[in-house]
Design a protein around this ligand. Structure first.
Ligand code: NAG
Ligand code: NAG
Ligand code: NAG
Length: 413
């Protein structure tokens, strides 16, 4: 378990880090961008691709890469209260996180139709080949149900961009001609004719319309096609894992951080995806660190912050640029494995982000500062020699930290 100190970062040590960075990493010239060269590692909210938009909700998508693997695909599904996202056939494994709101997730597996209630902070995973749909609750606070989903990218489960993450069940059924459907479903001609004649429904509709759309005849066809489709949302069988119930990896006056891997959540097994969340209170910093096992794909949930990502020292400047950017709610940023990073909130608000890490193996972030600093575990003499500074400087650098806020000033990041 990491000690509290890792999340704390007094200004003096911070300054020391940049001294450290400039001697250790070549090409420290930082770029403050929002332009093309960062596409793939930084996708701002307005750069997402809008896939569906109706008055009852929308779906947008972003693709990101850590340059080590094929791109990862994210979908952002937003449902207004009391709406339904219609059944789709999933083409890749999907790990999802519920940002706000509540509702129900329904899907098919070998045992038939399954159902789980979902609410803010829940994590769930669906397997490729399931048919699923989502319904949002009508809550008193009328909060929208917002789901962030990642489609996994393992060797035996390659996401095919041409096919997409999922396809509409209705489209798949209606692509066949009526004689074939009539034979397959063993229904009278007028049933199929009615379905063919009906106008195509949008991907997201109001729940009240659902009864109309899922009329008796369609229900029959759906049932035949995908099992017990119209299960009531009350027959809860499973409970989703909630990230707010997990024990933080560390927590102090500057915030907290939590990770969920396959040990915490069995459902994530063989998915290659873990989940993490960080809450930095006003004027705080996640101390410089890197991940030895996973790349991180982070989505900003609340507030704004600064993110700094450096290259590994042996990567050519043409292949990788040190980056520094400002992100806000809805932006996505990727930090590849082994790249040193630091995140910082501003003085006026918390900076909260969650993300998907590309491995479910235990991934202990390696911090540069604090009690558990990787530097602290090296021989002090060797360290003094390698930095070409007196012993006392290293002592000073590695002194234990206390809970001190870092005030954001332009010069820092
Ligand atoms: C983050 O921390 C702040 C301050 O403790 C708190 O007000 C806020 O609700 C937290 N945000 C989340 C998403 O937990
Ligand atoms: C918080 O501070 C940052 C940086 O000074 C500023 O850009 C941002 O607009 C402020 N946010 C709010 C909500 O005032
Ligand atoms: C640093 O400390 C080591 C012993 O701990 C000593 O041998 C060495 O002379 C010291 N170097 C300096 C520059 O103080």
């Amino acid at each position: 378990m990491l000690k509290q100190q890792t999340l704390v970062f007094p200004f003096s040590v911070f300054a020391a880090f940049f001294l450290l960075a400039s001697t250790t990493f070549h090409s420290v010239e930082a770029h403050s961008h929002r332009h093309a060269s960062t596409v793939g590692r930084l996708v701002l909210k307005h750069q997402r691709k809008l896939l569906t938009q109706t008055e009852h909700g929308e779906i947008s998508a972003a693709s990101v890469t850590d340059r080590a693997k094929p791109p990862y695909h994210l979908h952002f599904i937003t449902l207004e209260p009391n709406s339904v996202f219609f059944p789709v056939l999933l083409h890749a494994d999907m790990v999802l996180f519920v940002h706000t709101g509540s509702g129900a997730l329904s899907w098919t597996d070998d045992d038939g139709m399954q159902n789980v209630k979902i609410r803010k902070g829940d994590i769930y995973r669906l397997h490729q080949g399931s048919v699923f749909y989502v319904q949002s609750n009508l809550e008193a606070e009328r909060e929208r149900l917002r789901i962030y989903a990642i489609f996994t990218n393992t060797e035996d489960d390659i996401y095919e961009p041409a096919v997409g993450a999922y396809s509409s069940i209705t489209d798949m059924v209606l692509a066949f001609d009526s004689i074939l459907l009539q034979a397959a479903f063993k229904v009278p001609e007028d049933v199929i004719e009615e379905m063919m004649r009906a106008s195509r429904t949008p991907a997201i509709i109001h729940a009240v319309q659902k009864e109309k759309m899922f009329g008796e005849l369609q229900a029959r066809v759906f049932k035949a096609f995908a099992g017990e489709f119209l299960g009531s949302i009350h027959n809860k069988k499973t409970k989703a894992y909630n990230i707010f119930e997990a024990d933080p990896d560390f927590e102090n006056c500057n915030g907290w951080s939590v990770t969920v891997d396959k040990k915490d959540l069995h459902l994530l097994k063989h998915s290659n995806i873990g989940i993490f969340m960080v809450n930095l209170t006003k004027g705080s910093m996640m101390a410089p660190h890197w991940n030895p096992r996973a790349s991180e794909i982070a989505i900003v949930l609340q507030g704004q912050g600064m993110v700094r990502v450096l290259c590994s020292s042996n990567v050519k400047a043409s292949k990788c640029r040190n980056m520094r950017y400002r992100v806000e709610e809805g932006d996505v940023f990727v930090v590849p494995r082994f790249h040193p990073m630091a995140q910082m909130s501003f003085n006026n608000d918390s900076f909260v982000f969650m993300g998907f890490s590309t491995s479910t193996k235990k991934n202990h972030p390696q911090f540069l500062a604090g009690k558990r600093s990787v530097l602290g575990s090296l021989d002090k003499k060797v360290l003094a020699l390698s930095f070409n500074v007196p012993n006392a400087t290293i002592d000073h650098l590695l002194k234990p930290l206390t809970c001190i806020h870092v005030y954001y000033t332009r010069g820092i990041f």
